[in-house]
Unconditional design. Sequence first.
Length: 243
Amino acid sequence: MLKYFSGLKLLQAALLLSFFAVSVETACAGGSNASDVPPVILFIGDSHSTGSFGMQQDAVLRSVKGFRVATYAICGSSSDNWFSGDKTSCGYFFRDLDGHEQRGWEAATPLIANLIAQYQPAYTVVELGANMYGHTPEWVEKTSHEMAMTIVNSGSKCIWIGPPHARIQTDSGLAQVFDALHAGVGAYCLLFDSRNVTRYPAVGGDGIHFNSLGESGARIAENWALSAYYAFSPLLKAGKPAK
C-alpha cells in the first residue's frame, strides 16, 4: 500500500532527496579529483643509480607527462639491503615527488616496504644486480624474488633493470647473475637485460661505473637509460620522454 504524504511531508521528502543528490554528486566529484592524481613511479637502485645512469633515468621518468617520480639510490646495495636497512658509506641519492634532492656519503638504506607504504607506487623500477656478482645463483634468486614479491603483492607493477656490462666483471659471471635474476623475478617483473645496450671500454674509468669515464661514460649511461625506458614504456602506456 502506498503511504500518503501530506503537502508538508512531501516538501520535506523533496528537500531530503535534494540533499542526498547534492551529497552524492559532491562525493562523486571528490572521487574524480582523487583519481586525477598522477600515479607514482618509485625508482630504486645501486651505485649506477647514484651516478650517471640514475641521473639520466630519473630525468627521463620525470619528463614523461602523467606520472610523479620518487628516486632512492644506495651505493653498494643489493635486494637484501632494502629489507635490512644497512648503512652505506659510499654514497646515496634521493629525490622526492617534488624534486627535492638529497645527496651524501652515509645513509641507511630505506626499507622497500616503507617506501611502498609511503608512495603507494603504481610502478616500481628496480636497478639492482651489479653487487650480486660473486654471490651464489641461489642467493641472487632468493633475494631478488623476495623483492619482486614485496612489490607485486602491494599492487605495484614491477620493472627490473639488470646489471650492465663491466670490464672488471667476467661475461660468464654477469650471465650467471642475470640468469639467477630471471629465475627470481622473471615471472613477476618486466626484466631488462642491460648488457645488450652497454659496453664498458677496454681502458679508462674504474671498470664498472660509467660516471668515472667522464663525458663518454655519460653518453653510455644516457643510451642505457633511454633504452631501458623504451623497453618498459609500453607497460606504462607512456610516450616519448621530453627533450
